[in-house]
Design a protein around this ligand. Structure first.
Ligand code: NDP
Length: 593
């Protein structure tokens, strides 16, 4: 392989896609496109506003809210309220019911609390309906349903200095208080549309993949055929991880199907398999198995282990290849960062070459195959895994409208325009992802106002500040379930969630058992934590990558982004550290009152 030629091709393809407006190219649905946010799954039910008091309020009913609820219940704390914008639990899995939705991370490490619920996933990679069902299982087991306010968005969290409680206000008129508040809304929960000229003029039907309109398409999230599309021409905009999963279903259902592509995804082999019951029973017979599996995956992915790779999937394949390259370096070169980076680069180039070769093997039309090849390093964009995506382009009804990196030119009353040609369609489906680079408080829909009226958005103006990624000075009794300034581990976010949930539940239990009214990160401890993190490097946001949400659409990162890092010694070092910190029972760095 000619690495220099490949690098030149990567740079050329990146250059085509760079645009000065970066994140501003997207449309916020909250600004005049609210109808795309309507819940197509569950009707909003009228209810009385809450004006009472609870011990703990949680913002978000996805994995974070569920697992934290479970951990609090285990600590004997049951006066817990979850405020959730969807009509049920599940978060991302509540909203994303598009056909073919499933998780790329192995179910045994991705689905939380398998051990506690005794549930065995049906396949190596779980499909969305099974994950949503599991969310409901957790909620039922830990009696979280009667603690939930669905179809409710928090509008403000405000610390009440006199009474030492939080006032929680919502868009349903609630104004209740809580001794503790926890925010766990996830990173990708606000859908966005592309700012394509003329988008508002389209007269046909349209929706975003995270609000799938089965009333229009027919079929269901369980995979029933979408008979409503048999006489329809449909354009799908976007070819990211979501599109890769729903394309095969649309290709099978539509009379005519156009896939509008700006940047191809890298699509590796999926190889899903049913779970072998006997094997599963044996593998999971010892207590603590899921923690062991999660840790094994994290260690394998972060290169901190030579143990056997339990998960054996497309993610760990990357790590295994890198290690194998490293092991071929002469011993004296193994600690040399330049040589190590070169080995990493080589394994990446080889992997991407295989992925491009796979396109040629699968797609019959050579020109289409060429356009479906991804020319960037694998972690520049979310790697995808699928065994039917590329095959869809062999169907006569499916046509790839490649935009040569420019995006759809225009949307008209009738359809989409690509390279000067108008394609008339009945329906446009937007697989264009979620807000990420937008203002945090705007994206969340609320600000958190701590001591002395200090807004979190102001406190974080120059960059995020936390202790352990979990608590923030000046914001007493408030916690966050998220990964930045913690393990920062993104290949299996539930690992971050289970650890944060355990930490927060133990801090709350400690404060309550000691009779403290408040507990919060001290400024000194926060400073010391940030000092430690200053030794970390940004793992993603590689500016040489093709633009996307991983690297701020190829635009320079704001100065504040320097704080978006994890523990300098890696994810497992963080998990070990935080385990020792909470198990010590001292909760060092937390001020109490
Ligand atoms: P993405 O943001 O990854 O993809 C958006 C797509 O829209 C890209 O292909 C983008 O092209 C395209 N696009 C944007 N503007 C235009 C335009 N003007 N014309 C044409 N195309 C355009 O969103 P997804 O919903 O696919 O995925 C979001 C994330 O959700 C993933 O990264 C992943 O983390 C998660 N996910 C996880 C899954 C799993 O299995 N666990 C499955 C699905 C999603 P370009 O690339 O050029 O910007």
């Amino acid at each position: 392989m000619d690495i220099n030629a490949t690098k030149a091709k990567y740079a050329e393809e990146r250059q085509k896609r760079l645009r000065p407006d970066g994140n501003a190219q997207y449309i916020r649905l909250a600004d005049n496109f609210e109808r795309y946010l309507d819940d197509p799954y569950v009707q909003v039910q009228p209810r009385e506003a809450k004006t009472d008091h609870v011990d703990v309020a949680f913002v978000g009913g996805g994995f974070a809210g569920l697992v934290t609820g479970a951990r609090l219940a285990e600590q004997g704390i049951s006066d817990y309220r979850i405020v959730e914008k969807g009509g049920d639990f599940g978060g991302t899995w509540y909203w994303n019911r598009y056909p073919g939705a499933m998780c790329d991370t192995a179910s045994m490490i991705y689905m939380p609390l398998l051990e506690e619920t005794g549930y065995m996933p049906r396949e190596k990679y779980a499909r969305a309906p099974e994950i949503l069902e599991h969310c409901r299982r957790i909620a039922n087991q830990y009696k979280l349903y009667d603690k939930a306010l669905f179809h409710t968005c928090v509008t403000e969290l405000r610390w009440q200095e006199d009474s030492a409680v939080w006032l929680v206000e919502t868009d349903r008129g609630d104004a209740f208080t809580a001794q503790f508040v926890i925010v766990g809304t996830g990173p990708l929960h606000v859908p966005k549309l592309p700012g394509i000229p003329g988008i508002e003029t389209f007269k046909g039907h349209s929706f975003h993949t995270s609000r799938w309109d089965y009333n229009y398409t027919g079929g269901d999230a369980g995979g029933a055929p979408m008979e409503g599309l048999a006489d329809k021409k449909v354009a799908l905009i976007g070819t990211g991880a979501t599109a890769v999963q729903c394309v095969p279903h649309l290709a099978a259902a539509c009379e005519k199907f156009y896939v509008c592509q700006r940047t191809p995804s890298s699509v590796d082999v999926r190889s899903n398999t049913p779970m072998d019951t006997d094997w599963y029973r044996e593998e999971t017979k010892d207590p603590g198995w899921q923690q062991r599996w999660m840790e094994n995956f994290t260690r394998t992915m972060t290169g901190t282990s030579n143990d056997v790779d339990l998960v054996q999937d497309g993610w760990t394949d990357l790590a295994r290849r890198f290690r194998s390259k490293l092991s071929r370096l002469p011993p004296q070169e193994r600690g040399d960062i330049v040589k190590m980076m070169a080995a990493y680069e080589e394994s990446d180039f080889e992997k991407m070459d295989e992925i491009r070769a796979r396109v040629d093997e699968v797609v019959s039309d050579a020109e289409t195959a060429d356009k479906l090849k991804a020319w960037y390093r694998q972690l520049c964009k979310r790697p995808c895994f699928h065994d039917e995506y590329l095959q869809s382009f062999n169907r006569p009804s499916t046509e790839l409208l490649d935009t040569n990196g420019k995006g759809v030119e225009r949307i008209t009353e009738k359809g989409v325009v690509v390279d000067g040609v108008e394609y008339s369609v009945d329906c446009i489906v937007y697989a264009t992802g979620f807000e990420i680079g937008t203002d945090l408080a705007e994206r969340a829909g609320f600000d958190t106002i701590g001591r002395g009226g200090l807004k979190l958005s102001e406190y974080w103006e120059k960059g995020m500040r936390t202790l352990h990624g979990v608590s923030v000075h000046n914001f007493p009794n408030a916690f966050r379930v998220q990964f930045t300034q913690g393990a920062n581990f993104i290949a299996n976010v539930p690992h971050n969630i289970v650890e944060s949930a355990r930490t927060i539940a133990m801090v709350i239990k400690y404060a309550r058992s000691k009779g403290y009214q408040t507990i919060e990160a001290s400024r000194d401890a926060e400073d010391a934590w940030l000092e430690l993190l200053s030794g970390s490097v940004q793992m993603i946001a590689d500016p040489s990558c093709t633009p996307g949400y991983y690297n701020n659409e190829g635009q320079p990162l704001p100065e504040s982004a320097a704080a978006n890092v994890g523990h300098p010694a890696g994810a497992m070092a963080y998990f070990q550290f935080i385990d020792e910190w909470r198990e010590s029972g001292k909760f060092e760095g937390m001020d109490v009152g």
